[in-house]
Design a binder for this molecule. Structure first.
Ligand code: 28F
Length: 639
């Protein structure tokens, strides 16, 4: 390389990395916490490529005290010789020329993810410091970069190592001028590290956090069973309906395809798909091909074995998905990602390949395992019957006119106002409280729906079973939004949905059953803050002609303290909603100028979901404990 060529390419390098610093979003999506964590995966993906090429068995990810990241692999080590095109070493090329990394010699292709292979040079451009150490040929080579990829120390031999020790270690510190935050989140790194271990069977991935004082947190993930173990992991809190995890794999026209699946007794599906280890959240042709084949094969098997009769309509894609946990992993040399977040695989040829590879394997599985086949087919046929029943029941919940709801079982005492923004509905535990609420309410704006005892636990019930419950149908009709795919928040007929139950365990249980119903079928109503819990008083303090109602011990003691010392007073613990007459109930719990409501906001839908599942699942103890602690509420009170 003559000097001016070298200078030219050196200038090109700096311009290239400068372009990344100018518009980082173009290369890593965002510069928020997501972009910060994305840097890790760019480096890890290069180590994974080395594993896919068959040379790396262990990858270590370390969060250092200063929130810099070290990634180590035991692959061949990035080549240190002069790169023919750039005149500088390959390792410096990989870290300074955009899109230089990744492509390995021979048939190997970059199959791991990142934002589609922009690689190590982007990490360098967006880091205030990068140190690359290569162990090869008994020597330790090191090159240092600073301030967005400028050479700080050219590649030099800094030591010796064991003759047959090889590998690459990279430490980088994201540039504080680029990123909104510099703090790494252990859990975020753990979830993706574990997922990469599932997706790359036999590869050992270790994650370590050295930030907490002298103690270090660390976990190692290695799964010889690969995505079959991923299915097992996803089904750990479910009840599988067949023992074996079905595993199929094949290759066609250079596209590798692998599927693992197992049905469980729940009504929800858990299907995740990946292309070159990238999670295709929005699916794509690989998923479509598998689902198409799954539906066709199950229908064919059911008809051929006369489980599905001539007159029966065919099973749908939704029917065959119910209770299905499935991982689809596709390795493609030239994937086309589509959509806003590039989360969808677009390659049209993959649909047929997926169908072929999956169909052959799954058909064989059903033929060779007639017992499992029958269980699976029966599960899908039950789902089909439920779908049909739900459709019929859903019709019942559609309001033809306002009169419908009042006549419908006569349960709802609707309000006269029709403008949802001023209307509210009290769902009241028990007929006696319901009676007092109807008498005590403001009938212009307050509707009352008394509940007889406990409602159905929808956490464990399929939608058709829930819809067969009259009180649930009345609630659905009263709300007016519809449920599931038909749900329309704009049709909500009340601005506030107020759950009015006793403060005892039964009252809490009913409240949480209602929350489960709202969470499962009307989630947006909860998320947009329309749901409240009424706060009936726990004590009354009477002195002279005055009766003061208070919510809890704290308010009771405060009020008593506020009375002058010689006032004679009497404290009574309120028995429950049913003990109060209409006027008391209105005065203390319903009158919008006097009452105190508690807005129910599920702080963390996932945590609440876990809480509901724990609460409504099979285990008794977690349920009892949860009820005692009550459902998660925000403390903000409605005046
Ligand atoms: C901690 C991050 O980046 N590991 C890597 C290798 C190994 C080779 C390689 C990488 C540029 C274009 C070839 C070695 N010997 N860990 C990593 N390990 N890159 S990145 O080559 C990149 C060259 O194609 C390697 C023989 N062939 C490839």
């Amino acid at each position: 390389m003559t000097d001016n060529n070298y200078d030219a390419s050196a200038i090109q390098v700096l311009e290239g990395l400068e372009a990344v610093r100018k518009r980082p979003g173009m290369y890593i999506g965002t510069t928020d916490v997501k972009g910060l964590h994305h840097l890790v995966w760019e480096i890890v993906d290069n180590a994974i490529d080395e594993a896919l090429a068959g040379y790396c068995k262990n990858i270590e990810i370390i969060i250092n005290k200063d929130n810099s990241i070290t990634v180590k692999d035991d692959g061949r080590g990035i080549p240190v010789g002069i790169h023919k095109k750039t005149g500088i070493s390959t390792v410096e090329t990989v870290y300074t020329v955009l899109h230089a990394g990744g492509k390995f010699g021979g048939g190997g292709y970059k199959v791991s993810g990142g934002l589609h292979g922009v690689g190590a040079s982007v990490v360098n451009a967006l880091s205030s410091s990068v140190v690359v150490t290569v162990y090869k040929d008994g020597k330790i080579y090191e090159v240092k970069f600073e301030n967005g990829g400028k050479i700080k120390q050219p590649l030099t031999v800094v030591g010796e190592c064991d003759k047959n020790r090889t590998g690459t270690t990279v430490t980088f510190k994201p540039d504080a001028d680029i990123f909104d935050t510099e703090i790494y989140d252990y859990e975020t790194l753990k979830v993706r590290t574990r997922e990469l271990a599932f997706l790359n069977k036999g590869l050992r991935l270790t994650l370590r956090d050295d930030r907490k004082g002298d103690s270090t947190t660390g976990e190692t993930f290695i799964y010889e069973g690969g995505i079959s173990e991923y299915v097992k992991f996803l089904n750990k809190n479910k009840t599988p309906i067949h023992e074996e995890i079905i595993h199929l794999e094949g290759e066609e026209s250079g596209v590798m395809f692998e599927v693992a699946m197992q049905y469980n007794s729940s009504y929800t599906d858990n299907i995740y798909s990946f292309v070159n280890n990238i999670n295709t959240h929005d699916g794509g042709t690989h998923e479509e091909g598998v689902k198409r084949a799954l539906t066709r094969i199950i229908n064919n098997y059911a008809r051929k074995n006369n489980i599905l009769k001539e007159k029966d309509e065919s099973l749908t894609g939704d029917d065959v998905k119910e209770g299905l946990t499935m991982i689809i992993s596709c390795k493609h040399p030239n994937p086309q990602f589509e959509g806003q977040t590039k989360g969808r695989l677009g390659n049209s040829e993959v649909r047929k390949i997926a169908d072929n590879v999956f169909a052959g394997g799954f058909e064989r599985f059903l033929m060779e395992n007639p017992d499992e086949a029958r269980i699976i087919v029966e599960k899908t046929m039950t789902a089909a019957r439920a779908r049909v029943a739900a459709k019929k029941a859903r019709e019942l919940t559609r309001r033809k006119s306002d009169l419908d709801v009042v006549n419908f079982g006569g349960k709802l005492n609707d309000c006269k106002e029709k403008d949802p923004s001023v209307c509210e509905i009290f769902i009241v535990e028990g007929d006696s409280a319901g009676g007092s609420a109807i008498k005590g309410r403001d009938s212009m704006t307050q509707a009352i729906l008394p509940l007889r005892g406990k409602i159905l636990n929808v956490e464990k019930a399929r939608i058709d079973r829930a819809l067969s419950n009259e009180e649930i149908r009345t609630i659905i009709t009263a709300f007016g939004t519809g449920i599931g795919e038909e749900f329309d928040l704009n049709k909500l007929r009340y601005n506030k949905i107020i759950i009015m139950t006793d403060a005892d365990v039964d009252g809490s249980h009913i409240r949480v059953l209602l929350l489960t119903l709202f969470y499962r079928f009307f989630r947006p109503i909860v998320e947009t803050g329309h749901v409240y819990a009424a706060q009936p008083p726990l004590f009354s303090i009477s002195h002279g002609k005055t009766i003061k109602y208070v919510l809890n011990e704290e308010e009771r003691d405060e009020y008593i303290a506020s009375l002058n010392p010689n006032t004679k007073y009497e404290v009574k613990r309120m028995k429950g909603l049913g003990e109060m007459d209409a006027e008391e109930l209105n005065e203390t719990t319903m009158d919008i100028n006097k009452r105190v409501l508690r807005k129910i906001t599920i702080e963390d839908a996932i945590a609440a979901d876990e809480a509901f599942s724990k609460l409504m699942g099979e285990e008794v103890e977690p349920r009892r404990q949860f009820i005692e602690e009550n459902a998660k509420y925000a403390e903000n009170l409605d005046i």
